[in-house]
Design a protein around this ligand. Structure first.
Ligand code: AMP
Ligand code: MG
Length: 498
């Protein structure tokens, strides 16, 4: 019989101090909540078999599947600006890696599968609510076209976890291009372990930046690769209103994927100062701070890499600064390119940045819903020969406390659109692919979790998942999932799920 997972492990081949070998802890009564069949197929796995007791047992951490070399990775990290020299996988266990149908190496990791040597005071477990939240939001991000870890499966454990209340336990199977973080490099740098640092960097280059191996300075090329991916990722977050919520350096992936869906949430009313996380009291990780924090984290990565960048300290600093100086331009290009598409602009002109910025300013002053404003803008596109549909215009302007703020801005937008090639229909199409109708709205995510946790009713989870799999399609039957919450969603709070 072939193996359930065709594991081909590379991280487990790295030196022993990179991780602790530890098996998942078996659970009371594993039950499959959901298997991501399409992802299973993409990974070269057999979805039918993953749904059998053998498969569910593996996904629950009941049995170590053949070929797995379970381990908890060691890493460090800056948490809210404070350096913690040892964190590590405290409630996650890497089963192994598979090479997917596109030839890409993917980690298969269980989250919530029991304690590891890095658990500190934690129980190594996860509650059902946060598991469903991560499953749903990470898959929604993928459907939005944003690089992210994926969710292969969610299982309940039949056990309780103690948080502020007693909650049902669950395990998420997470799939990632790798779980190497900024904090992974910091772990070795903090110990003065240059050999470990080099081994990790070489591993990361082989996995994520193979071209860097040929560069004059491969480690600078690696750093530049991470900077580029993060600049683009954060720009993508901003264009859909995503707030990660806990951008600690241990939660920033070298592969450039969105990782660690703890307190993340999407904006409703546009306000760049929005921070939902209950532990983010000073708004360090607020929506509008994310680019600055990304650069701060990347600066910590550059510092960690200094011993590899050059033997000469001054030159190493020069290499690091040279690489970091590229961030702003890469971010601006990605962000403003994204905003232009959201406005239906296929070309770029001077003044576009101000045009987009002034819309955002009017939105924040008028508490306009971020997602609805842009989506409805796509229907309020003027034709060369005629004004936009009055009903479509009213649908956008009514989102503003003072609708004339929209009218004033729209005049400028119309003038700018008149300079564009192509017709209104083409513009509408472009805008429909840039402005999602459906994002994981906080009030709906909460209702979904409540149904699952309080009433073992997983139907809302399935429905929401199906709707969010097609975020750019109109889906008129599901219009209620596109609605903004009462009061613009202010006062919403998220928790780390620990
Ligand atoms: P996070 O905020 O999820 O990025 O987690 C930060 C650190 O705390 C990581 O080292 C986690 O592995 C660890 N951690 C979080 N929750 C738990 C838990 N329930 N049990 C053990 N370790 C945990
Ligand atoms: Mg984390």
């Amino acid at each position: 019989m072939t193996a359930l997972f065709p594991f081909d492990n590379s991280y487990a081949r790295l030196p022993g101090r990179f991780f602790a070998k530890v098996a998942p802890t078996p659970v009371e009564a594993p039950r499959l909540v959901r298997l991501n069949r399409a992802l299973a197929v993409e990974l070269g796995l057999d979805p039918e078999r993953l749904e059998t007791p053998e498969g569910v047992g593996a996904l629950a951490g009941q049995r170590v599947p053949e070929g797995a070399e379970p381990l908890a990775a060691a890493y460090a990290g800056h948490q809210f600006g404070q350096f913690v020299p040892q964190l590590g996988d405290g409630r996650a266990i890497l089963l192994g890696e598979v090479v997917d149908r596109h030839g890409l190496r993917r980690d298969v990791q269980l989250k919530g599968s029991g304690p590891t040597p890095f658990s500190r005071r934690g129980d190594g477990r996860a509650a059902l609510g946060p598991v469903l939240r991560e499953y749903l939001v990470s898959e929604a991000m993928h459907a939005l076209g944003i690089p992210t870890t994926r969710a292969l499966a969610a299982v309940t454990t039949g056990e309780q976890v103690i948080r502020e209340t007693v909650l049902p336990g669950a395990v998420l199977t997470r799939v990632a291009s790798s779980h190497i973080r900024v904090g992974s490099f910091q772990f070795f740098a903090a110990r003065g372990d240059v050999e470990g640092l080099r081994a990790l960097a070489d591993h990361a280059i082989a996995r994520h930046d193979p071209a860097a191996a040929e560069a004059e300075n491969p480690y600078r090329a690696l750093l530049e690769g991470v900077i580029r991916r993060q600049a683009e990722l954060v720009a993508r977050w901003l264009t859909v209103g995503f707030i990660h919520g806990v951008m600690n350096t241990d939660n920033m992936s070298i592969a450039g994927e969105t990782i660690d869906y703890g307190p993340c949430a999407f904006l409703d009313a546009y306000d760049p100062a929005t921070a939902f996380s209950s532990i983010d009291r000073h708004g360090r990780y607020a929506y509008g701070n994310q680019p600055r924090i990304a650069l701060w984290n990347l600066t910590r990565l550059a510092e960690a890499l200094l011993p590899l960048l050059s033997d000469d300290e001054t030159r190493a600093v020069g290499e690091a600064e040279g690489a970091l100086s590229g961030f702003a331009g890469l971010f601006e290009a990605a962000y403003h390119g994204g905003l232009n598409r959201k406005l239906g602009l296929a070309t770029t002109r001077d003044g576009d940045t101000a045009l987009a910025g002034d819309l955002l300013k009017a939105m924040s002053e008028n508490e306009a819903d971020f997602t609805l404003t842009f989506r409805r803008l796509g229907e309020a596109v003027p034709d060369a020969a005629s004004d936009p549909e009055p009903a479509a215009v009213e649908a956008v302007r009514s989102l503003f406390i003072d609708p004339t703020a929209y009218d004033r801005w729209a005049e400028r937008w119309h003038r700018r659109l008149a300079e564009e090639p192509g017709d209104a229909a083409a513009r509408r199409r472009l805008m429909r692919t840039a402005n999602p109708a459906f994002i994981p709205r906080n009030h709906q995510v909460e209702a979904m979790i409540e149904a699952a946790v309080e009433r073992q009713d997983f139907a809302p989870f399935e429905t929401l998942l199906a709707v969010l799999a097609r975020p750019y399609d109109a889906q008129p039957g599901f219009a209620r999932f596109a609605e903004a919450p009462e009061g613009g969603g202010r006062g919403y709070r998220t928790f780390c799920g620990t």
